[in-house]
Design a binder for this molecule. Structure first.
Ligand code: GDP
Ligand code: ZN
Length: 356
């Protein structure tokens, strides 16, 4: 049987089957709780939420995952396979839309190479004129935001059309209405809706638990931790590629130098009069500082090589030495990581150590 992994908890996998087997005598035969076949464990095959899997030997309402089909996409943080797009939600007010914060999320989302759908919520709080100004401004950035109000229902049908038949990763800062949106789209789940003024729902964002919720129209939505405080950690040369404005300029023309960073080099086609050029320079500065810091690491640390995954974030992976991972003591590894990923939250740091 083929299915999609919709939740992972400890060593159990909840699989939504493509085809319901009427012989399975369990309350909800569409979903099957599975373990991973020993063979998969032996070859170190991880199973992620979003994975398409082959399930065998289903008996007594249990199955075993025998095979993981090749992934179309793979994100490390949040750990989701086969995601088709990111749905980035911001609010126009409460909290007020902040161009720099939005830019940060956009650039982070662009770095995953997944499609991106930008959605502006709480239109009920802002006059029409102001909404149009934002729409115009964002069009100049290269985005066509879907304007919604979870409170009044405006734009939700249009939004649902964007979510059909694929896996979407929901992202955005706290308080913009992500939980409210999920509650509206999927009434069965009852996520806690936090007050902007009260304690924000940190709890939801600190676990590694990722779950896919089924949307009307057969899409799946991942409400995930890990994408809500984006840390930008791309290499300097890639930064421009995460700005549609820069991409467009690079498609239309060519900089004199192939390794142009678009700062003060002569005959640069990217440098110019576009609103987010200043943002670009800030992100570039961050990326340069980071790559410089990594180069400065003493030898011991440099045996940890930086790897940029398609997810666009780097994680540290020990270099292979005589076909064996060089092992550091837990404490050593922890210290190394701390030096390298100082900007990450402690929680993320521990997770990084766990991964190693
Ligand atoms: P999250 O942190 O992104 O999950 O945001 P929540 O869903 O917890 O929402 C934060 C607050 O915004 C709650 O008080 C919601 O009732 C409120 N909210 C959500 N959507 C809307 C909307 O469309 N309009 C207005 N006025 N308030 C909203
Ligand atoms: Zn240039």
């Amino acid at each position: 049987m083929l299915g999609t992994v919709v939740a992972v908890q400890a060593n159990f996998y909840q699989v939504r089957l493509d085809w319901v087997n009427p012989q399975l005598l369990i309350p909800n035969p569409q979903y099957l709780l599975c373990t991973r076949r020993t063979r998969l464990k032996k070859i170190g095959q991880k199973v992620m939420v979003g994975d398409r899997v082959l399930v065998r030997s289903a008996s007594e309402g249990r199955g075993a995952i025998a095979e993981v089909l090749p992934r179309k996409t793979e994100l490390q943080r949040p750990p989701v396979a086969n995601a088709g797009q990111i749905l980035l939600v911001f609010a126009l007010e409460e909290p007020a839309l902040d161009a720099w914060q939005l830019s940060r999320f956009l650039v982070k989302a662009e770095s995953t190479a997944l499609d991106l759908c930008l959605c502006l919520n709480k239109t009920d709080l802002v006059p029409q004129g102001q909404q149009q100004q934002w729409q115009k401004r964002l069009r100049e950035w290269g985005y066509q935001p879907v304007m919604i109000s979870v409170a009044t229902g405006r734009g939700l049908e249009q939004l649902i059309c964007h979510l059909n038949e694929k896996i979407t990763i929901l992202a955005g800062p706290s308080g913009v209405g992500k939980s409210s949106l999920i509650n509206k789209l999927i009434p069965a789940v009852n996520l806690r809706v936090a007050e902007v003024s009260g304690k924000l729902s940190r709890g939801r964002h600190t676990t590694r638990h990722v779950e896919l919720f089924e949307l009307p129209g057969s899409g799946l939505l991942a409400d995930t931790p890990g994408f809500n405080q984006p840390d930008l950690d791309c290499d300097p040369a890639s930064v421009a590629l995460y700005f549609p404005e820069a991409r467009q300029r690079l498609e239309a023309g060519k900089c004199q130098f192939s390794n142009c960073l678009h700062r003060d080099e002569p005959n640069c086609v990217v440098r110019g009069d576009w609103e987010r050029y200043e943002h670009y320079l800030k992100f570039l500065e961050e990326a340069i500082a980071r790559s410089w810091a990594i180069k400065q690491m003493p030898d011991r640390e440099s045996s940890l090589k930086l790897k940029i995954k398609s997810a666009g974030r780097h994680f540290l992976e020990p270099k292979l030495e005589s076909k064996k991972y060089r092992r550091h003591s837990r404490r050593e590894r922890h210290q190394t990581l701390q030096e390298c990923v100082r900007h990450q939250t402690l929680q993320e740091l521990y997770e990084e150590v766990e991964d190693l």
